[in-house]
Design a binder for this molecule. Structure first.
Ligand SMILES: *Cc1c(COP(=O)(O)O)cnc(C)c1O
Length: 459
């Protein structure tokens, strides 16, 4: 299987090169030459365990880049860190089904992709030699999931910057209590934007980037999208097992369009998915796009679902590429217009598969409260946005809502919704006892590079 760039500016590359490249060298996003057809495999796939299903789904995209035995071992290792053999439990919740994507080490759905990506990086380094120094800037969830994905891995160091005093104490502990020698947490004296700026500056220093084998783990990496395709099949099968339905619809709380693009791929492959419901919070650039065809930048507004407080959705370009008929020239034109004018318009935004809506803070709180009172189930605020929006899309097929985080990660929002402080998880409680490791640094390129060079010299 070969991969090309949405912007048409690179020679096709194989799966492992696509993973190591992250962002395509021409600034576009990587896509496979085709989506493997799974329509005639559904009945065989339905009875597989989660890791078995993952191997079958991934195999078609990996092609001959990896022997199936290696892929199987890698997948098994990636999901052995989850706290349930099911990996993604699916259970009824009133008229809906909830697919729990939060059983990995950091209790959020990003573990599903980043546990896999960490093992994949290690595999490539073992095969090809070399090393990888990951640098990231986080405002919360991604940093800890990335750290847990590569902790203790051979040939890899990870440096994560976060704004000092501006991430929740819990999120900070999920990063700074990881004891492995290859994990380096940097509290920068500034805002999240300062961290982002320094990150760009360090990556733009090309001699430094090459010499120190700098890499990223951002949400545009194809392996991250790919790992997420699996649970769309899995969740659809489980809801079908319970109801005998022909198909399902899936509600997806959305920020960067990564998760829902994985659903788009699954549906194109032939997964029994009739509709994808894209749900945003007040940061609604995507829901406005699907309802009006206008993709225009707003200002980021902080909400109870911070991992969706995003205006420019980094994976959206992948969808747009298909929406303009796989025309790279047209896509380049649209991206250039967006960069210049912060606004583009597409006549028919949806091909009928994706419907979209917005769930604001009041709806989020009301949904958490209602589901807790009627079903005894606590939803985290991101999941609640998806459930709230799903309610406006009635269908004659079952609705699966993706639960993207454990409620205990957002305990304050739960208290606000239900009036008592009841969201707990033993993993998070245990963090309170563990020693913390971090360094405090100024948000300056030279300061961060100096720290990286010193640290790598000693390791
Ligand atoms: C990252 C994240 C999302 C949004 O996922 P995208 O792939 O960016 O759409 C939703 N919920 C939680 C808890 C997240 O961490």
């Amino acid at each position: 299987m070969q991969y090309f760039s949405t912007r048409g500016g690179i020679e096709p590359v194989g799966f492992l090169d696509a993973v190591m490249m992250g962002l395509a060298d021409d600034g576009g996003l990587l896509l496979p030459e085709r989506f493997p057809n799974a329509a005639d495999k559904l009945s065989a796939w339905r009875t597989l365990s989660y890791p078995q299903l993952a191997v079958e789904v991934l195999r078609g995209f990996v092609g001959n880049a990896m022997p199936t035995d290696d892929l199987t071992r890698l997948v098994e290792r990636s999901y052995a860190t989850f706290d349930t053999a099911e990996v993604v439990p699916v259970h009824p919740c009133g008229p809906l089904f909830i697919a729990e994507l939060f059983h990995g080490p950091t209790l959020a759905f990003k573990d599903i992709a980043l546990q896999f990506l960490g093992n994949l990086f290690e595999y490539v380094l073992e095969k090809r030699g070399g090393r990888l120094n990951i640098l990231g800037a986080t405002s919360g969830d991604t940093g800890s999931a990335a750290i847990h994905g590569v902790r203790g891995k051979k040939g890899i160091h990870i440096f994560i910057m976060f704004p000092d005093g501006r991430v929740s104490p819990l999120q900070e502990r999920q990063m700074t209590t990881v004891p492995d020698a290859n994990v380096h947490c940097i509290a920068v004296q500034g805002t999240f934007d300062d961290g982002q700026r320094v990150l760009k500056e360090v990556f733009n220093d090309l001699p430094f980037k090459r010499q120190y084998a700098l890499g990223a783990v951002n949400s545009v990496n194809w392996a991250r999208v790919l790992a997420q395709v699996v649970y769309y099949f899995w969740a659809a099968f489980r809801a079908q097992d319970a109801t005998g339905a022909e198909a399902v619809q899936v509600a997806v709380p959305t920020g960067n369009f990564g998760d829902i693009f994985a659903g788009y791929v699954a549906a194109k492959m032939g997964a029994p998915i009739q509709r994808l419901i894209l749900a945003t919070n007040e940061n609604d650039i995507l829901s406005r796009f699907f309802n009006s065809g206008v993709y225009s930048l707003g200002t980021v507004c902080p909400t109870l679902s911070p991992s969706m407080d995003i205006q420019v959705a980094s994976n959206f370009e992948r969808y747009l590429y298909y929406r303009v008929g796989q025309d790279s020239a047209r896509l380049r034109q649209l991206m250039a217009t967006f960069a210049a004018e912060k606004r583009i318009e597409v006549p028919e935004p949806s091909d009928g598969l994706i419907a979209a809506g917005r769930g604001d803070t009041a709806m989020t709180l009301a949904t958490i409260r209602k589901v807790y009172e009627t079903e005894g189930i606590l939803l985290d605020p991101h999941t609640a946005v998806g459930v709230a929006v799903a309610e406006s899309f009635v269908a004659d097929v079952p609705t699966v809502c993706l639960a993207t985080a454990h409620p205990a990660k957002f305990a304050a929002a739960i208290t606000q919704a239900v009036g008592k402080d009841i969201a707990r998880h033993p993993t998070l409680e245990a963090l309170k006892q563990l020693p913390v490791r971090k360094v405090l640094k100024k948000p300056e390129r030279a300061v961060i590079q100096e720290y990286m060079m010193e640290t790598l010299k000693q390791n």
